[in-house]
Design a protein around this ligand. Structure first.
Ligand code: FRU
Length: 501
């Protein structure tokens, strides 16, 4: 009998212990997004080397597996068949005697130009030599290198002739994005070179020649250019080229952000159509994003949902950093100009639960949607379209009085997201603030798509012409939602859905 009692007490103790651990883990995971990629443990920054191969989307990423702050960079690896559900894999690339593994891209070498094998998956990345950098020798520490995989990225071999492109003397010489340029039957590498992007050409991925440079005197004047990306998009039966360049500082709402140019690429250099500065995302938390390789005409972008200005000090829960939702990029004409649009990939719809639709809501003052969204626990998508161009806001809140206010301000012709009372906001460098994005669409009724996933809000206004991604750290999910207006506003259609577990 005594033995039975003892077993019973031991059982209760074990159950309590498991419960406690579970509670801690749940608490510890409260910021973890459900339909965005985040690493199981450790730190992540830039997405890298994204490639579509045999039905699978590969996402590599800047990863420090041993700490939740930036440190010796590895390439982490995750795979998805739908761009939404990600399975983290073994680390792909580890630091070596030439340095740590900074950002870069990957291509399929269909014709075996490099000699690693037909259809080799080749990663082109920056080796960053910390020893050189720390020695204050003044010598450049960043060079471009190759690694290849013959088994869809499971195992990698670094090329014995690394590095393949040494810095000509620049400190910032990194983040190679490589594409096959069919017109000249050669590879083109777009590289971040201080305050510009430089284009290199190669027939074999191993020997590279400079063919052009773009950037001096263009775009935002602040910050180092990082993670450039050059790709074409179809427009009116033809095509235009888009150049992305992430800037380490000087973004519209502070810190780091990604600007873009629309123009022409002639095989050697890029010529923009416009002088004004444009941002792929006006929020504070979308950086170093680039597009997938090997997806044909479809261009899919993903960014790092963070900002260098506070990246290392936002709350961590054993992991720190996540990716944005994958987004389809397209060009849209407004007036005489072409602008980039970004919208969540349609694959996200496969992740959502039942879609609820409410039509013709007349709002004057407050319209309470809390009962509709409470069960989603801060993880849902919502779309709305107005019939007139009039100011309104969406106020998300919780029982603690924390709130995130998202709105359209007609008088100032902008969208905003005010996270100044969104929970934990005592994060340095002006985290607690109202984040503003200009409206690019002209005069038409406003449409919004909002994705909320635990600790991030992504707003796609006017079919993706104005985009904002912002993080927040609330102490409870936002389970309350009010639409607020001063003047009467008709919401023609409101759609909302939770995310499937
Ligand atoms: C951009 C960046 C890249 C660099 C990487 C290092 O966020 O600074 O330029 O390759 O991060 O982790």
């Amino acid at each position: 009998m005594k033995k039975v009692k003892l077993i019973f007490v031991a059982f209760i103790l074990v159950a309590c212990f498991i419960n406690k651990i579970q509670a801690q883990v749940q608490g510890a995971e409260s910021y973890r997004p459900q339909f965005h990629f985040s690493p199981k443990k450790g730190w992540m920054n830039d997405p890298n080397g994204m490639i579509f191969l045999n039905g699978k989307y590969h996402l590599f990423f800047q990863h420090n597996p041993n700490a939740t702050t930036w440190g010796p960079m590895h390439w982490g690896h995750a795979i998805s068949t739908d761009l939404v559900n990600w399975q983290e894999q073994k680390i792909a690339l580890y630091p070596d005697s030439l340095g740590t593994i900074f950002s870069g891209s990957a291509v399929i070498d269909k014709n075996n130009t490099a000699g690693f094998g037909k259809n080799a998956l080749v990663a082109v990345f920056t080796h960053h030599d910390h020893k050189v950098e720390e020695s204050k020798s003044g010598l450049p520490a960043q060079h471009q290198s190759l690694a290849y995989s013959m088994d869809e990225g499971k195992t990698w071999t670094k090329y014995s002739g690394n590095p393949v492109l040494r810095s000509p003397g620049l400190q910032a010489f990194r983040d190679p994005k490589v594409m096959w340029y069919e017109a000249d039957k050669q590879w083109i590498m777009t590289l971040a070179t201080g305050g510009s992007a430089t284009f290199y050409a190669s027939k074999d991925l191993k020997s590279w020649n400079k063919v052009g440079e773009f950037g001096v005197g263009f775009g935002s004047p602040e910050g180092t250019w990082e993670c450039p990306d050059l790709f074409s998009l179809p427009v009116n039966g033809g095509q235009k080229w888009v150049l992305l360049s992430s800037l380490s500082s000087g973004a519209p709402n502070g810190g780091s952000g990604t600007q873009y140019f629309v123009g022409q690429f002639d095989g050697n250099t890029f010529t923009p159509d416009h002088k004004d500065v444009r941002w792929i995302d006006y929020g504070t938390d979308n950086y170093a994003g680039i597009t997938w390789s090997n997806t044909g005409e479809r261009k899919i972008f993903i960014g790092w949902m963070n900002n260098w200005t506070y990246a290392n000090v936002i709350p961590e829960q054993g992991w720190r950093g996540a990716a944005t939702i994958a987004r389809d990029l397209n060009l849209k004409q407004v007036g005489n100009e072409f602008y980039l649009t970004s919208l969540p990939v349609k694959e996200l719809n496969g992740m959502t639960g039942k879609t609820n639709v409410i039509k013709n809501i007349q709002v004057k003052g407050d319209y309470d949607l809390s009962a509709k969204i409470a069960a989603f626990n801060g993880k849902f998508q919502l779309e709305l379209a107005t019939v007139v161009d009039e100011s309104f806001s969406l106020q998300l809140g919780n029982r603690k009085g924390e709130m995130l206010i998202i709105g359209y301000d007609k008088a100032n012709n902008n969208f905003y997201m005010d996270r100044s009372k969104s929970g934990l906001v005592s994060i340095p460098n002006n985290f607690a603030k109202n984040i503003i994005a200009p409206r690019i669409a002209k005069g038409s009724p406003v449409s919004l798509k909002l994705l909320l996933d635990a600790s991030s809000a992504e707003l796609f206004a006017d079919e993706g012409l104005t985009v904002m991604t912002n993080t927040f750290f609330n102490s409870e999910p936002f389970n309350q939602l009010y639409i607020k207006t001063n003047k009467p506003v008709t919401i023609q259609k409101l759609k909302y859905s939770g995310i499937k577990n």
